[in-house]
Design a protein around this ligand. Structure first.
Ligand code: AMP
Ligand code: GLY
Length: 422
């Protein structure tokens, strides 16, 4: 079995790591990959949305199965393109991935099919949005409609803040085309949790819960990022909440997608707010989360390759999900300046010492090989991930490993996983 993984972040390193453990011993390729993935797969420097070149590469390498990581590839229609040529690929079609690539489309679907979410309005004109803001009680949440690398969402405490967020999106076009339309949402309070499910369009297999840490600094301060750390399971997400989420969130979404003639296959990622009235959906992603996938892959006992094929073949009901009960904590090391401007090409030290800490896997994100050195190559650089008998033990191991690692300007949060211990 010859597998091509599309992507080059920590999520894709975790997927490659898990696939490499399949008893079916697949051979792995990755585009574009990173320095960590390069030890498990043959990497090819192709952009994730360069579909013609990916198609040609897959044909040349006789690839049997493509596994897609990032939303950009899904939104560009990678699944449609490979399927049209009769090739096996894991992920939703472009039409189905609109759940993530258009927040307004997703919110309208939720409204139509009674999926619990935040109240909202959609605006295509700055003046209309500005008038609405003036007469709306705050806080509200201003969101760019399209994909903005996790940066298109602003929580606004006052109308002045909302006006600034609106102007950035619709006038200064900080997110390009993705921000020409905005969604203004009711602010929901509560604890957040990420819940992912696999679905073949009929059966839904809800994965173990995870908790992301979106803000750049300790105590959830500073701007939003792609995610600065994650742990699994999230103790707040009880079995009762899991059953309720399956019933009230995943089943209606999968059903709605069938009804809309956009049958959904792949990973459904629900970002939930656990409010006093129950779980409500903040966002849906059409892919594995990053960094949630790093702890989830370390806890998953079932063969990932079997699961992926079951999704593609519509046989998910035949596979059981098994999990290691031990918690896993992943701490992300980012480049100085992230999520703003960063420097690349800085040498990373201490990776071998970190990997020697028992229970630890260091997943690479923005890394590259430069001669025989490993250097930084992106905003999020590494996900130091550790398993332990308790959240506290996993956390200790992850931070012990992290303390061995260094590069110029390294930044990581010190409070990842603390909430699970308290
Ligand atoms: P999103 O990309 O839509 O998940 O938004 C990013 C982050 O913004 C979420 O993880 C939440 O922390 C926050 N957020 C989004 N929507 C809301 C909302 N309606 N109420 C409160 N916080 C929100
Ligand atoms: N960790 C958030 C995401 O993958 O979108």
């Amino acid at each position: 079995m010859r597998i091509l993984i599309v992507g080059g972040g920590g999520r894709e390193h975790a997927l490659a790591w898990k696939l490499s453990q399949s008893p079916r011993r697949p051979q792995l390729w990755c585009a574009p990959g990173n320095a960590g993935i390069a030890s498990l797969a043959t990497c090819a420097d192709i952009a994730v949305d360069n579909i013609p070149v990916l198609l040609e590469f897959a044909r040349k390498q006789n690839i049997d199965l493509v596994v897609v990581g990032p939303e950009a590839a899904l939104a560009a229609g990678i699944v449609d393109a490979f399927q049209e040529r009769g090739m096996r690929i894991f992920g939703p079609t472009r039409a189905a991935a609109e759940l993530e690539s258009s927040k307004s489309w997703c919110k309208n679907l939720f409204r139509k099919h009674n999926v619990p979410s935040a109240g909202f309005r959609v605006f295509d004109r700055f003046d209309d949005a500005a008038r609405y803001i003036e007469r709306t009680p705050h806080p509200v949440v201003v969101k760019a409609d399209g994909i903005a690398a996790g940066k298109g969402v602003t929580i606004c405490g006052t109308p002045a803040e909302s006006m600034a967020a609106l102007a950035a999106s619709m006038k200064d076009r900080a997110f390009g085309k993705a921000g020409d339309r905005v969604v203004i949402e009711e602010y929901l309070a509560g604890e957040e949790v990420s819940v992912l499910a696999l679905t073949d369009g009929q059966t839904i297999a809800v994965l173990e819960s995870a908790q992301d840490h979106k803000r750049i600094n300790d105590g959830d301060e500073g701007p939003n990022t792609g995610g600065m750390g994650a742990y699994s399971p999230a103790p707040v997400f009880t079995e009762e909440l899991a059953a309720r989420t399956a019933r009230e969130v995943f089943v209606p979404i999968v059903h709605a997608m069938r009804e809309e003639r956009r049958p959904y296959k792949g990973v459904l990622y629900a970002g939930l707010m656990l409010t006093r009235s129950g779980p409500r959906v903040l966002e849906v992603n059409a892919r594995f989360g990053d960094p949630e996938t790093q702890p989830l892959m370390m806890r998953l006992k079932t063969d990932l390759l079997d699961l992926i094929e079951a999704v593609i073949d519509g046989k998910l009901s035949k596979v059981d999900l098994e999990w290691d009960p031990d918690p896993v904590v992943c701490v992300v090391a980012a480049s100085g300046g992230y999520p703003g401007e960063i420097k690349k090409g800085l040498e990373i030290h201490g990776l071998e010492d970190a990997a020697r800490v028992p229970g630890v896997q260091v997943f690479h994100a923005g890394t590259a090989l430069k001669g025989d050195k490993i250097v930084t190559a992106g905003g999020r650089v590494l996900g130091v991930t550790a398993k332990g008998e308790t959240h506290a033990a996993a956390r200790d191991a992850a931070y012990r490993a992290m303390s061995a690692i260094n590069f110029d300007g390294i930044h990581y949060r010190r409070d990842i996983g603390l909430r699970a211990i308290r």
